[in-house]
Write a protein of this length. Sequence first.
Length: 649
Amino acid sequence: MLISLVPAVANPVAADDSGRDANISLSISPSSQTVNPGETAEYTVRVYNNGANPVSVNLAATNAQDCNGYSATIGQIGQPIEANDYGETFLNVTLAQTAEDSCITTVTANANEQVTPPDQPGQPAQQSKDVETSSGDGSGSTLFGVDLTIDAPVNPTWNGETTIEWDVEVENTGRVQETVELTVDPRSGSGCKSDGSMSIDVSPSSVQIDNGSSEWVTVTLQVPEGKESDKYCWEIEGVVTNDQNPNGSASDTEEFSLFVPELKKCDASLSKSSLSLNPGETGSLVVTFSNEGNTDWSINVGFNGSKSNWASVDGPSSGNLNYDGGNGEKEFTIEVTPDDSVEANSQNSIYIEGKDSNLWKCRQQITVTVGQSRGASMSLGNTALYDIAPGQDRSTTLTVTNEGNGPDTFRVSASSLPTGWSVTLESSTITTESRFSNQKSGTIEVTISLPLDALATEEVTISFSVLPQSSGGAYDTQDLRVTVKPVHAMSGGAPAEDQTGRSDTTVQFPITISNDGNTLDRFRFSVISQTAQPAWGKHFETEDGSVVTEIDIDARSTVIMYLVVSIDGEEELESTRLTVRVTNLGDNNNGDDDEDGVPDNQLEFVFRAILSDRDFAMDAIIMPSVDELSRSEVMILPPGGSQTYNIKI
């Protein structure tokens, strides 16, 4: 999606000489934007002081009541704004993922004069301006976008140099590679004098930038000797030339100026030009400022550069720099404490500046080489693996992300497992680039294998840890929960298919049933058919004599049930044939894969009960030898010994 970035700048009026009341004007660029949910619209807010005295400004940003999913944040201008100058800050409008339609944000600036006693301040001033932010229909960054940032000082004061330079960062804020053409033109208004007699150019004037990257260009101004005191202003514009949007190419502008004042000049020298420090470590150096101007003046120390927040002054940060015939000097001790926000072993420049109020007069660059920080986080492709069949395995992924600022190798380990269980890591180490790289993460496959005898009641939590390669505690841990799939299976047998009994007695048919699955199941016993008419009485009993039709059998356990049949016939050798089904109620597989005519979750047995009132008798005698008969015998056997006897019936 392409959004228009056409600046809407209000032309400030000339200083009001008719009174001493605060007089400001307000501009916001651009006046509207369309961004996708989840992104932030960035605006540049400028407050122009059109009055005769410095003013302090307080800024507020409020959204209209019908704004849903929009939040506004505005920066403050920390220093008073001098007469005929301006202060600049930001307005960010952030869209939640649920943001829809558009939102009007009102920025209000309240200004109060800052006068020198005994003068009394005039009336305060207030200005407001609206911007409109609309929600796009996609997500992600705009296709084309450019942002210019001028390295401080943006509005320097001339120190008598022949050449003045500004470093400008050209950032590609779009999503594709861009070619940005840069031009610089004089600017008037807001107390600025437009002077085309001074030579100014930008080099290079065209840069090609990958998305998410930036390039630096240099604006060079040639200042002739004896230039009259005034404020000279310019505007640098960057235009994306490969943006063919008919409504206008993406562009950005930044303004800068040069003020030619009474000369207050200095030169800076450092006791060290470079430092090598680990993140969090503090190093120190001394900066010496020499007065190269023509008057005594108060100098204060400032810092500039993308990592200027690493530097601070040990002690007072300002002092008097005497002229002393051109020999005046002032020393300050500087402390530098880097963090790990940059790549390990990278070199980062910080400018140490000697400043007159907010304007730097001289500066030197200190190069800080940052060591390596270490750390890692870990995530699993799944937090749980459910229903793994016994004897099977299942895999997931384990990803380690480098949280340090340099390449590193990490060790991965898993907690101990129950007997028979195993975990296999594709690799026990993972090597990644720093957290600033696209290769900051590494992923391996983790395989969990279960034994054949795993029970469905087992639930195992495996803790994975990411650790330093050599030694030390874990950077991060993650737990993986594993459950076992219930498996239903059964087998059984009936050792006696025929039983004979007397009238009005019962016979018992033992049925052995084994739960071959890995989970407790309930089994139902039923007689599905009987040949006798009327049917003979029957029921099922457990080994302890309890009459039941259903029993619970633990996984991999065996029970014996009895089919008890009443001998209800009248004629000798009268019989009944009973067909018994045993059904695993926990198994819903009622197919017939073995094609035996019985569902796979059932077993079938056929028994015959026979009526017989005949009497049978026999006598048995032990024969210790051929000629010897005995009713009882006693034997003494050694371990492993045996004795054979013949029995006479």
